[in-house]
Design a protein around this ligand. Sequence first.
Ligand SMILES: [Zn+2]
Length: 314
Amino acid sequence: MTIHIPICPQCGYDQRGQIARWESQCPLEGRCTECGAEFEWAAVYAILAQWGSRVDWYSEHADGWGELLKRSAGTMARLIFPRRFFREINHRRAIRLGMLVRWTIVVSVLLHLAVSLIGFPANKGEYAWSQAGYGEVWRVSFVDSLCNTVSAATFPFAAFVQYEDGAIDLRFPFVYYEWGDYMLIAWVIVGVVLCWTVLMGAVFLLRWRENLDRKHELGLFGRVIVLSLLPVPIYIQIVRLGFGIHAATGMTSATNWVPVMYVISLLVLIFWQQVLWTHAVRTIWQIKRSWVINIGGCIGSFIGGVIFAIWILA
Ligand SMILES: [Zn+2]
């Protein structure tokens, strides 16, 4: 059982000595003997009360699917800025890794469904669907529509085609395109997470102390790992969307804004991963001289991530 102590809101210094000096009643304001900061005692107790508490906009802290969904947009929006995110979702808040994993799966599925809308015009544009072919009338029937919908959801992996005689065929119309190569670069994102995990795992082993709440520490570690994997489904959907627009508008391979956009979004997502990890090192784990770990982690994980992807894909 870990005992949580009242700390200075400014420097984190233990305030139990001050509290022991109270004579008859709790004063409203106090001053930290360590850093000299003046604070209201209510603020000290508000921090103490954060231990094991939940935050009302955060999906990991949701009760059930309804709340999980309702909080998804807010959670995503706040995750854009990890520094602000960790200020609220700090190391004191309740950790529910099962719920967090469930949320990342839900977000991945929702993103996939949203991007699937581009699959309708994309499949049509590439004549993948309907044997009627280019310039012919688009046949409309129930099975037809069903095939169309499924093909949109599986875009650009597979398309289901119904022939005049009613027979259904499965086609892989985009097998000759380079979209798969762009999608596979997502391994770099996975590699970055692996590198940070190894680095911070080593740091934890060095700091491992008897009085450390191991379950809590591992939970925090797990939270950052799961959150930093979010760019994987996001990047894959960006590739789908780019390819879908490309196919739907019938652009030729001469337009190279698509691969440029992929590379830019990949770099932005990797940058976000670095911001997430460095803020976790500084604020969640409160590691002294964090810049040593952070500079090494950023450079090392980027190089390591690229090497990992090359190793996987080679
Ligand atoms: Zn202080």
